[in-house]
Design a protein. Structure first.
Length: 474
């Protein structure tokens, strides 16, 4: 596999920085919440080894935790690596380590094209991050270190990861202290034709119920009130451990943890969400009445080409069952437009489905051709301009739906978890309702009343926008 020259182009990009402190180490993490957890685990190992966690501007060692999911994410990762490499010339940074999915997928190419990087580490090397830093700052020359630390990974090329942390793994919560992600499983057994995740993250494997519960108890002791359970296929949790281990069973144990107020899970695969799970969500007040159900499309021909084990009929029946079983549930989904072979008629069926179903949240992605996937070999590619047009249209349709749903909340009382001061203005506090997951959904701006970060408050909604709301603390 080879990365294109475009992917090595340096440009200014928005990046998510996680600040760690010396031996001084800084981490920049890109991509999804699963990457965030990986960064927090690395931070735990580093802190345990007496490394101080600091901003990248003050770091002796900078770790770039990359994403390799789709082309825009890969470009962002490469650009960030090149930008940090410049800091080695002009700043305090002495060593650059690159980790994450991009390395897992392109270790040989990266080592060849980016000599500025001292070490490349795959996902299975996460537990060794402190030892790697020790060797970087130890007796070996720069050339010897790069060869010594990268040889095993590069010789293997791309391979499937098998690592999964547990409750005994050190971890530092690098986000707001009242909320945390907990990875309950890793990998995926599905073979969606557009997706390269299994080739990087490996086959599905889940943690034990006791391990997850112990981690959540520890987080609660640290002040966490909201837990977001994540995996590639969250609703398949426990399938590798026997019939008695299910997501429902896990949730029933987690609601008993003192101090935890909200439990939300993300990435519910439409073929693994069971009626028993819906009933558990409806019954337990701590579980957010929120289901993130990535559907990708509704046209049967496109679903088949994507190798999605579902159909438009089954999807519509599932949504009806969810809404009947969980009163007031909020539904979030994602769609891909411009998949090879997507005709105008297939796209119109998708638009009509979104209008009829009235999802609370919708994310839309333009299809990205990923080498090594089956979809990359398909004919009838959709031109980029058509993808852009379909993307804008579907987003516009959902924006109108979202605004009407938000306007209907004006005058109602909602329970809001306060995240702190708004990033847009220090004059406003900001929080989220149960149906607003961190980082991916809208927020509630609080323009009246006093409170503190991490508190749950009753809020009257006073104004509404397309994605965000405004309210006053009661």
């Amino acid at each position: 596999m080879q990365l294109s020259s475009k992917e090595f182009r340096l440009k200014k990009v928005r990046k998510v920085c996680i600040l760690l402190t010396m031996k001084k180490v800084g981490i920049i993490t890109l991509g999804c919440a699963k990457n965030t957890v990986d960064a927090e685990v690395m931070a735990g190992f580093l802190q345990e080894a007496n490394y101080e966690l600091t901003s990248e501007a003050n770091a002796d060692i900078i770790i770039v935790n990359t994403c390799g999911f789709i082309n825009p994410a890969k470009e962002e990762s490469i650009d960030t690596i090149l930008e940090v490499a410049q800091w080695k010339e002009a700043g305090q940074c002495r060593y650059l380590i690159v980790t994450g999915c991009l390395v897992q997928r392109y270790s040989r190419d990266l080592a060849r094209e980016l000599p500025e990087v001292d070490v490349f580490l795959g996902l299975d090397d996460i537990p060794h991050i402190a030892k790697v830093c020790d060797e970087l700052t130890g007796k070996y020359s720069s050339e010897e270190r790069a060869h010594r630390l990268s040889l095993n990974l590069i010789s293997q090329g791309a391979y499937q990861s098998t690592y999964l942390y547990n409750h005994t793994t050190p971890r530092v919560n690098l986000g707001p202290r009242h909320t945390a992600y907990v990875k309950i499983a890793e990998g995926c057994d599905y073979t969606c034709t557009f997706c390269a995740i299994p080739s990087m993250r490996g086959l599905f494997r889940s943690r034990t119920i006791s391990s997850v519960v112990e981690e959540v108890k520890r987080l609660a002791d640290q002040g966490v009130k909201e837990v977001n359970l994540i995996a590639q296929d969250t609703t398949a949790y426990g399938k590798d451990q026997g019939k008695e281990v299910t997501l429902s069973r896990l949730l029933e144990e987690l609601v008993r943890v003192d101090g935890i107020e909200w439990i939300r899970f993300l990435y519910a695969y439409p073929t693994t969400i069971r009626k028993s799970l819906m009933e558990t969500i409806a019954r337990e007040p701590k579980i957010c009445k929120y289901i993130d159900l990535p559907l990708q499309h509704i046209d049967d021909a496109i679903l088949k080409a994507m190798n999605r084990p579902s159909s438009s009929k089954k999807i519509k029946e599932l949504i009806q069952t969810i809404r009947e079983t969980i009163p007031g549930v909020s539904l979030r989904t994602t769609f891909i437009v411009g998949f090879p072979g997507e005709t105008e008629e297939a796209f119109e069926r998708l638009v009509e489905f979104v209008q009829e179903t009235q999802f609370d949240r919708v994310g839309v992605f333009k299809y990205s051709k990923e080498e090594g996937t089956v979809a990359a070999t398909l004919k009838n590619e959709v031109p980029a301009k058509v993808k852009d047009k379909r993307y804008r249209r579907l987003m516009k349709v959902q924006a109108a739906i979202s605004k009407e749903k938000n306007k209907a909340l004006i005058g109602t009382k909602q329970r809001v978890l306060v995240d702190g001061v708004s990033l847009e203005t220090p004059l406003l506090l900001v929080g989220r309702m149960q149906n607003q997951a961190p980082e991916i959904d809208g927020v509630v701006y609080l323009n009246e009343g006093q409170t503190e970060q991490g508190r749950l408050e009753d809020v009257e909604i006073t104004n509404a926008y397309t994605y965000d709301l405004v309210g006053r603390i009661l």
